[in-house]
Design a protein around this ligand. Structure first.
Ligand code: GLN
Length: 468
């Protein structure tokens, strides 16, 4: 896959081997050929991309490079539907800050990627536009919720893509599809123009073919944005600068809670292989404990659903998107538009979230979840007093089969146990593929302290180099 990376494409563009127009045409042809089987894209506007390619400025860092964008990130003049019926044929009147930054760096937003409706899911199956298939084996899911972005990159239909990660939705599909995904520190990348799911957890990030591409995209995407009140003023850095720092002398913690039972043999093999490689590269891997791990899934689903129930109240059939054609008054219009517009997982979460925020239960569930969230964050603060990075699995198993009836909503929620903690604590995490451990792709995850993206990228790059 290396030959299709951003840096490879940039060399081809700047040396005149390929023009931006030809590159858009090449990706369009790949989409036409492969998308019917994979369903990674729910729309793409070749004409708009060709118009931008015609005036692409190759002197800019991402000049002429098309980037696929998850369907919950606004692109001016393009449909932005969060893979939901409720948004109907909504076309965004403005660009998200990340899209504005991509354009300012010369990139061409091209293609809206499929996703779990409103980013709620772990398999890519909760889409009103049908499920995405895993390019490594079409009978399997690509993971979720940014399953379309990960599948598009893995299949070579996109050079790189943007995803969003509320509880693992960048890292987990990246792991299931064999690509790299990074969720930066909360606040590093502006959420302005990202349709909100759970605002205190949501974070945009890149899904790429390799670690260097992730760094190149972070260089463009990160930085303060006055339009997002939670945007961090932490200075941005050149994320490519530390790619060759290696891991010599680093202490890397492996949480005891992440290796007990539950994991499939492939996931354990990926972890063991990573520990060996890190040790050979001069790092010291030590066992640590994150004692509140057991509580992360319930804590996350209370907080995420509470925030979702509030954020999704705006989809009322009046201001945006879908509205029932006939109604017997206002409340009938609301309930039928929302009833027909939202899929079942979104409804389940609105109901759960409304329940935990209701008068009688607020303290018992929501306030308590906030307290446990603080304890989870404290586990990490303590752990990072003794280690530089934390290693863990991304998901307990490789990608499940599509339409797996043995899965219940609860068993799907439980599979998020390793990705959720970084969102609850606002920490950065990167997922990267471990080659040769199973028939389907399997990734591992590195977590770091707030704003330690460069250390994460150095660790991931060292592993990638050792395995290539
Ligand atoms: N799987 C998790 C959920 O369903 C995470 C989703 C996400 O990160 N957007 O909520």
């Amino acid at each position: 896959m290396q030959q299709h990376s951003i840096s490879y494409r940039r060399r081809a563009l700047t040396s005149g081997q390929i023009s931006p127009t030809e590159l858009v045409q090449e990706l369009d042809a790949a989409m036409r050929r492969q998308n019917p089987a994979i369903n990674a894209f729910i729309s793409w506007d070749t004409e708009a991309a060709l118009a931008e390619a015609a005036s692409a400025d190759l002197s800019l860092p991402l000049g002429g490079v098309p980037i696929a964008v998850k369907d919950n990130i606004c692109i001016q003049g393009q449909p932005t539907r969060c893979a939901s019926r409720i948004l109907g044929n909504f076309v965004s009147p403005y660009d998200a800050t990340v899209v504005r930054r991509l354009r300012a760096a010369g990139a061409i937003p091209f293609g809206r990627t499929n996703m779990d409706e409103f980013a709620m899911g772990s398999a890519g199956e909760n889409s009103a536009f049908g499920p995405t298939h895993n390019p490594a084996d079409l009978r399997h899911v690509p993971g979720g919720s940014s399953g379309g972005s990960a599948a598009a990159v893995a299949a070579g239909m996109a050079i790189a893509a943007l995803g969003s990660d509320t509880g693992g939705s960048i890292r987990q599909p990246a792991s299931h599809c064999g690509v790299v995904g990074i969720k930066p520190t909360y606040g590093r990348i502006s959420r302005y123009g990202l349709v909100a799911f759970a605002s205190s957890l949501d974070q945009i990030g890149p899904i790429t073919q390799n670690v260097e591409d992730a760094a190149l995209l972070l260089n463009v995407l990160c930085g303060h944005d006055a339009a997002d009140s939670t945007s961090s003023t932490h200075p941005t850095e050149d994320f490519t600068a530390g790619l060759h720092d290696g891991v010599r002398g680093l202490r890397i913690g492996l949480p005891a809670e992440y290796t007990t039972g539950g994991n499939s043999p492939e996931v354990n093999a990926a972890l063991q292989k990573t520990v060996r490689t890190l040790t050979e590269a001069g790092a010291e891997v030590v066992e640590i404990s994150l004692p509140h791990t057991e509580a992360v899934v319930s804590t996350y689903y209370i907080i995420a659903c509470a925030e979702a129930s509030s954020n999704l109240a705006r989809f009322d059939g009046i201001r945006y998107g879908y509205r029932v054609p006939d109604s017997a008054g206002l409340s009938d219009l609301y309930s039928r538009s929302r009833g027909e517009g939202f899929g079942s997982e979104v409804k389940r979460r609105i109901i759960l979230g409304t329940y935990v925020l209701s008068g009688g239960y607020y303290d018992a569930y929501y306030t308590k979840a906030l307290k446990v969230r603080a304890l989870v964050a404290q586990d990490f603060t303590k752990a990072f007093e003794n280690v530089d990075l934390i290693l863990g699995p991304v998901a307990p198993t490789p990608a499940p089969k599509l339409h797996d009836d043995s899965q219940t909503p609860l068993s799907v929620y439980l599979s998020d146990i390793y990705t959720i903690p970084a969102n609850l604590a606002g920490l950065p995490g990167i997922s990267l593929p471990v080659p040769g451990v199973g028939k389907l792709p399997v990734g591992v995850q590195l977590l770091g302290p707030h704003f330690a993206e460069r250390r994460l990228l150095a660790g991931a790059a060292a592993l990638e180099a050792a395995w290539s």
